[in-house]
Design a protein around this ligand. Structure first.
Ligand SMILES: *[C@@H]1O[C@H](CO)[C@@H](O)[C@H](O)[C@H]1NC(C)=O
Ligand SMILES: *[C@@H]1O[C@H](CO)[C@@H](O)[C@H](O)[C@H]1NC(C)=O
Ligand SMILES: *[C@@H]1O[C@H](CO)[C@@H](O)[C@H](O)[C@H]1NC(C)=O
Ligand SMILES: *[C@@H]1O[C@H](CO)[C@@H](O)[C@H](O)[C@H]1NC(C)=O
Ligand SMILES: *[C@@H]1O[C@H](CO)[C@@H](O)[C@H](O)[C@H]1NC(C)=O
Ligand SMILES: *[C@@H]1O[C@H](CO)[C@@H](O)[C@H](O)[C@H]1NC(C)=O
Ligand SMILES: *[C@@H]1O[C@H](CO)[C@@H](O)[C@H](O)[C@H]1NC(C)=O
Ligand SMILES: *[C@@H]1O[C@H](CO)[C@@H](O)[C@H](O)[C@H]1NC(C)=O
Ligand SMILES: *[C@@H]1O[C@H](CO)[C@@H](O)[C@H](O)[C@H]1NC(C)=O
Length: 486
């Protein structure tokens, strides 16, 4: 009896048959999730339920005959199924239009996704046919330029909160292109071809909480780019080619709690073979995780004593903490569980990781290493949001192939207006105790030295500086292009 019921149900589900003239070569399969697959980036608060409709089209992309509305002998029936969630995968649309979709008169679609649909453009006013729309995914399509006309006035009356344009070929966007998306909460632009970011793109996104620009080719983020995003909580800029983040860029982001940064591609400016990732969290306490090649640094604010930090470092590759595939914050959690350090340090703080192969030569001269890390020109400079802190990554020594063997992370909390002040009071310059923690494969060493405030690396950075050659006595190889040519 039970099996009969199941058979009947199956027939009904698969029998929600598709008019073959609608989307030739497509099958109505299982559920929404079979079209969407894995969505690690989508926050749980706006993840659609697994049910819904997935039209899965044959690998060989199909082309649909465009309905000529004027031809009355053609069927005028709707093509796009009327369901809360509709996803289409693998159908070739080119320019997405009402005529190609043929949505029902009263479309109930709330979550709409077109994955691998060869979409190159969107017809203006298309979304007026979807008054209930709240999320739209256009991943793995052929979009190259985001037009302002794609998201018109119709969005003003919708509670539209999720837009993903990830995995396209987007290299530019109209200014104010999202200006009507006033209720947008999540905007994903992962894995596109953006080389820079314009402040005008984010105009009017008053409610945006998550912005992801992961895996683009972004080199430069102008000052005040994210100023209009006053509610932004989560900003992902990882896997780009950034070498700095300015104080002015993070200044207005009062709600920002999660920041991911990285230059996972080579720092080609310096010919330096250095992959870096930074994961920053600021909830009740601060947590900073930095990975430079295989070395992992975890800096966690002490929950009992603010402004004091616990520190963990690792550079062997035998534990789970050192697996690059594992998320950075999980790596630090593993490491913390393994090494329960109770020592607390205050800022400024230098953490130095010495690779085993080089440790014999250099680690002996700890004083020198610390001084060197403090004074040397960093390869990466990042202003941290929420606090007046800057984090620098300094390759202290590199090997023949320009891979850092000794890396320093310098975290300081010096306020640049204080610095300017101290320059006026020459002679009574304030001194700071700098804590330097050095980790070789065998041992951890501690060295504290005093340095005048004016020598402190401050947050001011400019593009020229990032091209500066390292004046490290160990590295004569990894020079900028100019120096190399001469
Ligand atoms: C109208 O559609 C029918 C069926 O697709 C087709 O045979 C016919 O040629 C069309 N007529 C015009 C005028 O486009
Ligand atoms: C979209 O891009 C893919 C891969 O580059 C290409 O094979 C396909 O023909 C393109 N489709 C359209 C409609 O431009
Ligand atoms: C909505 O977008 C349209 C088209 O880009 C634009 O003309 C209009 O001014 C926008 N409306 C608002 C309120 O921003
Ligand atoms: C990035 O996008 C391209 C083009 O759509 C795709 O082929 C590639 O698989 C994507 N990469 C990732 C990591 O998703
Ligand atoms: C140590 O140096 C060797 C040789 O350059 C390199 O292959 C290895 O990845 C380095 N290990 C770490 C932890 O950086
Ligand atoms: C760890 O590093 C050592 C030396 O750099 C290498 O011989 C070994 O294969 C690495 N092990 C893993 C699991 O990557
Ligand atoms: C440490 O390095 C400095 C600068 O290179 C040098 O002057 C000093 O003699 C070294 N000290 C030792 C103990 O090697
Ligand atoms: C920086 O220092 C100045 C002068 O000491 C102080 O007025 C200002 O509030 C400080 N700024 C921050 C963000 O701490
Ligand atoms: C630096 O540390 C020493 C020893 O703990 C202490 O006496 C001194 O006051 C500290 N100096 C500053 C500027 O904090």
């Amino acid at each position: 009896m039970l099996s009969v019921v199941i058979v009947v149900c199956t027939i009904i589900v698969t029998g929600a048959s598709l008019d073959p003239t609608c989307f030739p070569g497509c099958k109505n399969t299982k559920s929404w999730s079979s079209c969407i697959q894995h969505e690690p980036n989508r926050p749980s608060y706006n993840r659609p339920h697994p049910e819904g409709i997935c039209l899965s089209c044959t690998a060989q992309l199909q082309r649909q005959s465009v309905l000529d509305i004027k031809n009355s002998s053609q069927p005028t029936t709707a093509c796009l199924p009327n369901n809360n969630r509709v996803a289409i995968r693998g159908f070739s649309f080119g320019k997405l239009s009402v005529q190609k979709l043929r949505p029902p008169q009263q479309s109930e679609v709330r979550d709409l996704a077109f994955i691998e649909c060869g979409i190159t453009d969107l017809e203006q006013g298309l979304w007026t046919r979807f008054p209930q729309l709240r999320s739209l995914q256009l991943d793995f399509n052929n979009l190259t330029h985001v037009k302002r006309s794609w998201f018109g006035d119709e969005f003003q009356t919708m509670t539209f909160h999720f837009l993903s344009l990830s995995h396209n070929f987007i290299s530019s966007m109209d200014s104010k292109c999202f200006q009507n998306l006033t209720s947008l909460v999540t905007l994903l632009l992962d894995n596109n071809s953006l080389q820079s970011v314009q402040p005008s793109w984010f105009y009017n996104l008053k409610w945006l909480r998550k912005l992801s620009l992961k895996s683009n080719s972004i080199k430069i983020i102008p000052q005040h780019t994210f100023n209009s995003l006053s509610l932004l909580v989560d900003l992902d800029l990882s896997s780009n080619v950034l070498t700095y983040l300015l104080r002015e860029t993070v200044e207005g982001l009062h709600r920002l709690r999660i920041l991911s940064l990285g230059g996972n591609r080579l720092l080609s400016l310096n010919k330096l073979d250095m992959n870096w990732q930074l994961g920053y969290r600021l909830f009740s306490a601060q947590r900073i995780a930095v990975r430079v090649n295989e070395a992992l640094f975890c800096i966690t604010e002490s929950p009992e004593m603010a402004q004091f930090y616990h520190v963990q470092m690792q550079h062997d590759n035998h534990t789970q903490a050192a697996q690059p595939s594992v998320e950075l914050k999980s790596q630090c959690t593993f490491l913390q569980q393994r090494t329960k350090s109770q020592t607390k340090y205050s800022l400024p703080l230098i953490l130095i990781s010495v690779n085993n192969t080089e440790s014999d030569k250099h680690a002996g001269n700890i004083t020198h290493l610390c001084q060197h890390a403090w004074e040397n020109v960093p390869a990466v400079k990042v202003a941290l949001p929420g606090r007046t802190q800057t984090l620098h990554i300094v390759p202290v020594a590199v090997d023949k192939s320009c891979k850092p063997q000794i890396v320093a992370i310098v975290l300081s909390d010096v306020n640049s207006s204080q610095l300017q002040g101290s320059n006026y009071n020459r002679g009574i310059e304030e001194m700071k105790n700098v804590t330097c923690v050095i980790n070789t494969w065998e041992k951890t060493h501690l060295h504290v030295f005093t340095a005048p405030m004016s020598s402190t690396p401050d947050g001011t950075v400019c593009e020229q500086q990032t091209e500066t050659v390292f004046n490290s006595p160990y590295s004569t190889l990894c020079r900028g292009n100019k120096a190399f040519d001469h």
